[in-house]
Design a protein around this ligand. Sequence first.
Ligand code: ADP
Length: 178
Amino acid sequence: MKVKIGSGSIEIVKGDITEQETDAIVNAANNHFWMGAGVAGAIKRKGGDEIEKEAVSKGPVEVGCAVITGAGKLKSKYVIHAAGMGQNLRTDKDKVRKATLSSLELAEKHNLSSISFPSIGTGVGGLSPYQCAPVMLNEAIEFLQIAKNLKKVVFVLFDETNFDAFKKELERIFTFKK
Ligand code: ADP
């Protein structure tokens, strides 16, 4: 599913974020950037340990902030590590909102035109996909309206529940706006 926002677009796909060819993919990270399970584990396995090494060297940061690193052997050029949680591995809508915005800002600052996000906070973080989807989608929609470089934001959802939550929310936002 794809919707146009200004001169850009938001896309919802079901799949594996490590296979995406956008300029950057976003890692659902903790604020020290150790890469263990979930999205982080998949990125490290496929992209190489150097991604974790570079990310850790740029941390720790406050929860809600993001850093950018190379992408090792992955197809994307960069990985943006969004700290959606601290060392207690807890998250909430506000942390996810800030981590999403920080990632978008970092992509824009580095002149990137496309970025892929996972549903931050819905794995280890324990946030419901139905809480995560409106927060992340609204940040992306608002940002695309002011962005100069960033044109394409893709949400890559790993399972049916997350995919459904994002699809339904995007449909709801656009039915409401019409
Ligand atoms: P967090 O710690 O922010 O909750 P996780 O990495 O544990 O982050 O999970 C975030 C979401 O990403 C979960 O819904 C999880 O199922 C999903 N996920 C796990 N692996 C991948 C992958 N390779 N591509 C896309 N999404 C993934």
